[in-house]
Design a binder for this molecule. Structure first.
Ligand code: MRU
Length: 333
């Protein structure tokens, strides 16, 4: 992704490994500061995932793959490392896909640093293909709604939902992106808007509850979101608020697409009701900046994800092409 450092544009990934160290763009600090977080040990990697230094399902998977490689270089117990990493965030399927892939590599006697790089390169490849397939859905003059951040930050580079948008812009299509702010962690306002600004893609930030208004006015032609976990029948979990955007899109006859690599599909679950939904601390809802926004006795609930039933999904943009819920079983193997 393009990143501006001291007036110079650089190409950068959101996570990478240098010798035994794992480096992250610290996504908690954006867009105010571009800072880096250095993970020297497994506890740092687990903290980075849990505290959302790195977030977005495929990037969490990449962090975990590198975490396993680091643990092997530091001669740690790898089953213990796998359990620690898996305990960080429960919803993102890519975390489990990546750790299980690395455990499989151990049993083949592979060098885990190489395996982790292969895993990450395959994510980048998948995201590029998602871009190529999804770009065909975007017409000149389209106005597209996206929720949360399913961009390069969330996938090491390119993005899932943002990959087709990036490519459409590069191909000269005139497009406009509506960015949901995405309370409470503001991934839309802080991260998606930052990526779109860096790429010069026209966009507007909207309050989370404004999407219905713009849909009703005919100002949104297409919705593309990412996913944290997609089950066999096509139900999927994504950032809290996705479900209501899908219902609104359906009500307003607007195509609603989910962009995700196969690493996000959980073939062990039949439908969305069994997806574990992470509930985060109430302070994320109660405090904005340093300020408490509610009376001091008020408590909050903070589910980080919701489940959207498959009936609201027009199609799934994967590296293998754009598919419907009925085609999901063909992705297994
Ligand atoms: O809590 P987050 O920021 O990790 O949630 C991220 C999302 O919900 C993304 O939409 C999803 O992981 C897809 S990222 C390509």
């Amino acid at each position: 992704m393009k990143v501006n450092i001291n007036g110079e544009t650089k190409d950068m990934r959101s996570v990478w490994m240098e010798e035994t160290k794992i480096m992250f763009i610290d996504q908690r600090q954006l867009p105010l500061k571009l800072e880096f977080f250095l993970a020297q040990a497994l506890e740092d990697v687990a903290y980075a995932i849990k505290d959302m230094v790195v977030r977005g399902a495929p990037a969490i998977g990449a962090a975990a793959a590198y975490g396993m490689a680091q643990a092997s270089l530091l001669e740690m117990d790898l089953n213990e490392a796998a359990s620690q990493l898996k305990a960080t965030r429960p919803t993102a399927q890519d975390l489990f896909t990546a750790v299980d892939y690395m455990l499989g590599e151990i049993s083949k006697g592979a060098k885990l640093k190489n395996s982790a790089e292969e895993y990450v390169n395959s994510i980048l490849n998948k995201c590029q293909k998602i871009g190529e397939h999804g770009e065909k859905l975007i017409k000149n003059e389209n106005k597209i709604l996206t929720h949360c951040n399913a961009g390069a930050l969330a996938t090491v580079d390119f993005g899932t939902a943002l990959s087709p948008i990036r490519l459409a812009h590069q191909n000269g299509k005139k497009i406009f992106v509506f960015v949901d702010e995405t309370r409470p962690r503001l991934q839309g306002a802080r991260l998606t808007a930052w990526e779109l600004q860096n790429e010069g893609i026209p966009h507007a930030l909207i309050a989370d509850n404004a999407a219905g208004h713009f849909m009703q006015k005919g100002e949104i032609n297409l919705v593309i979101v990412g996913a944290d976990r997609i089950t066999n029948n096509g139900d999927f979990a994504n950032k809290i608020g996705t479900y209501e955007k899908a219902v609104l899109a359906h009500e307003n006859n607007i195509p609603f697409y989910v962009a995700a690599p196969i690493t996000t599909f959980d073939f062990s679950l039949e439908n969305g009701k069994d997806i574990p939904i992470e509930e985060r601390g109430q302070e994320e809802v109660l405090i904005i900046g340093q300020r408490n926004i509610a009376p001091d006795q008020t408590r909050a609930r903070n589910p980080a994800f919701d489940v959207t039933p498959k009936k609201y999904v027009t199609g799934y943009i994967t590296e293998k092409g754009i598919i419907t819920a009925e085609d999901i079983s063909s992705l297994r193997n």
